[in-house]
Design a protein around this ligand. Structure first.
Ligand SMILES: CCC/C=C/C=C/C(=O)SCCNC(=O)CCNC(=O)[C@H](O)C(C)(C)COP(=O)(O)OP(=O)(O)OC[C@H]1O[C@@H](n2cnc3c(N)ncnc32)[C@H](O)[C@@H]1OP(=O)(O)O
Ligand code: NDP
Length: 299
């Protein structure tokens, strides 16, 4: 952590009023681990009945038990590989039996790893883009169609990342798929408002989770560099994403649709500005540089 992080301590308590999601059902893909688990925990604390879905049923069941024993609200675990549209349809059918159709949908499941693009096999490309883009599309279309048929409105949220906009080397399948997810959600925000659906996007910056950091920084060598370019001097916390996700999915945000919200401690703008590296210049060096600039005559 950098020294300035003391100015920006994370507030990790639940932000919204108790009961904000009473009588609501939330469906969270990848809800068994990392950020998905944090969002499930927050929504459950706020009164939602949650359904979490991913490939590893044992992981989901353990998370579901732990969260529901803490909050007293039901968390259901449903196995689902989002790459398979039939598995998605079966998962949604199971959810309809368990809880009815959801009020809140969070597309959070993802796959990723750092890899030079020249080393990617077609199957590696397919594996990531199938989880991230096709998986999000299958879940969104399956639920969207059923919600429209039932005349029920819902809040859809996609978790992308800051490089969905800029692109990034070494994570090219993820960058391409996350950009596609953003286009999908912005497009549906325009098209499906008439059915009572909102679509929003959160772009997190780096937040230490086992799933992400084991695949993006396996040796731990890049974490220091990452923190050094974050103006707030620290990584994000899962609870910070969870509070934002809860707000975006809540009745306090019913006028929010088509929004792309970056939550990254300032990292994106810090990487983008041509002259931002000048923050390394010391006061003495500035004195010298200023004198040189002032002494310049003509062009
Ligand atoms: C810091 C700020 C920005 C951060 C952004 C973070 C974004 C994130 O998305 S973090 C989320 C990370 N979490 C996960 O990735 C969790 C789920 N991941 C997985 O399950 C796996 O990592 C995988 C995505 C690979 C999917 O697993 P699956 O069992 O379905 O696939 P495999 O059969 O293992 O592999 C499929 C093909 O990919 C090739 N491959 C796997 N790993 C690598 C690697 N490290 N480098 C190159 N290629 C890899 C694998 O060989 C298969 O291809 P092929 O051999 O041709 O069959
Ligand atoms: N942590 C970070 O720094 C950042 C994370 N993000 C995004 O946040 C989200 C959560 O990531 P994070 O919590 O860090 O990582 P995790 O690896 O913990 O979360 C990914 C989840 O996706 C699930 N998943 C993967 N493949 C599938 C599949 N085929 N079908 C269903 N579920 C699947 C995994 O469960 P299972 O293995 O059981 O299938 C897992 O629970 C992702 O969208 C990621 O891109 C974005 C920017 C930064």
């Amino acid at each position: 952590q950098l020294v300035q992080s003391t100015f920006f301590p994370p507030a990790e308590g639940v932000m919204l009023p108790t009961g904000s999601f009473s009588n609501r059902v939330a469906f969270i893909t990848g809800g068994g681990t990392g950020l998905g688990r944090a969002m499930t925990s927050t929504l459950s604390q706020l009164g939602a009945q949650c359904v979490i879905a991913s490939r590893k049923l044992d992981v989901l069941q353990q998370t579901a038990e732990e969260i529901s024993s803490q909050t007293g609200n039901k968390v259901h675990a449903v196995e689902c590989d989002v790459r398979d549209p039939q598995a998605v349809a079966r998962c949604v059918e199971r959810m309809e039996t368990l809880t009815g159709l959801p009020d809140v949908i969070i597309n959070n499941a993802a796959g990723n790893f750092v890899c030079p693009s020249e080393r990617l096999s077609p199957n590696a490309w397919r594996s990531i883009t199938d989880i991230v883009l096709n998986g999000t599309a299958f879940v969104t279309l399956e639920l969207g169609k059923r919600l429209i048929q039932s005349r029920k409105g819902a809040s859809f949220l996609a978790i992308t990342t800051i490089y969905a906009e800029s692109g990034s080397g070494f994570v090219v399948p993820s960058a391409s798929a996350k950009a596609g997810v953003e286009a999908l959600y912005k497009s549906l925000a325009a098209e499906w408002g008439r059915y009572g659906h909102r679509f929003n996007i959160i772009q997190p910056g780096p937040i230490r989770t086992k799933g992400a950091f084991s695949r993006l920084d396996p040796t731990g060598a890049f974490e220091k560099a990452m923190i050094s370019r974050i103006p707030t001097g620290r990584l994000g916390k899962p609870a910070e994403i969870a509070n934002l996700a809860a707000f975006v999915s809540s009745d306090y945000a019913t006028w929010m649709s088509g929004a792309v919200i970056r939550l990254d401690g300032g990292e994106y703008v810090s990487m983008a500005g041509e002259f931002n590296e000048l923050r390394r210049v010391t006061p003495d060096q500035w004195k010298m540089m200023e004198a040189m600039i002032r002494n310049t005559r003509g062009s």
